[in-house]
Design a protein around this ligand. Structure first.
Ligand code: IMP
Length: 177
């Protein structure tokens, strides 16, 4: 196990590159089977999911489309809290089989706020693929169809995930010591 520093914090190796890629391959195989004969549209949520989306997409054995979106939260004018807007979302998801690709689902708030925007466009189906899930941290329950790893409620970096902008380039996933 190796310890690394990112900014002011220390992290231990948690998931090796080999472990991650093996699991991503398994998820790709399951999705390829589930969506055989269809042509799903993968909507990957930036920034964190770029590496997962890339490795997952490479391993698919079916035809599929991919787009990237960015979610931005802002304080709503009403008391409803953060509202999520999206940049880069296709306008026409009607009748499409959509799979959202997320790096990590923590409280679930981000996707909980964003899903109604997608559902409003009446896709034929909508599923979520999350590489990591901190199930202990759930505040907004979501149905996650494809999960890479259920992890403890500890901060992680690497494989696309950052701590204050750094650590995304790491091939492995590291956990706060
Ligand atoms: P949620 O809205 O609480 O589910 O949080 C989702 C977002 O928070 C993710 O897409 C990440 O950008 C960020 N996040 C949550 N936990 C971590 C972590 O352990 N490391 C890095 N980013 C995280």
């Amino acid at each position: 196990m190796s310890v690394i520093r990112v900014h002011d914090k220390s992290f231990d190796t948690y998931l090796s590159e080999e472990t991650i890629l093996k699991r991503v391959k398994e998820i790709a195989a399951t999705i390829s089977k589930d969506y055989e004969g269809r042509r799903p549209l993968f909507i990957a949520v930036l920034n964190g999911s770029f590496m997962f989306a890339s490795d997952l997409f490479k391993q698919l054995t079916i035809e599929a489309e991919l787009c990237f979106i960015k979610l931005a939260s802002y304080k709503g004018m009403k008391s409803s809290g953060n509202v999520v807007t999206s940049i880069g979302l296709e306008d026409d998801l009607f009748g499409k089989d959509v799979i959202i690709v997320e790096d990590i689902v923590d409280t679930g708030k981000t996707l909980h706020n964003f899903l109604p925007k997608l559902i409003h466009q009446q896709p034929r189906s909508l599923r979520i693929a999350a590489l990591l899930h901190k199930s202990e941290a759930t505040e907004f329950p979501l149905e996650l169809h494809y999960i890479g790893f259920d992890i403890p409620n500890k901060f992680v970096v690497g494989y696309g995930l950052d701590y204050d902008g750094l650590g995304r380039n790491l091939k492995e996933i590291y956990q706060l010591t």
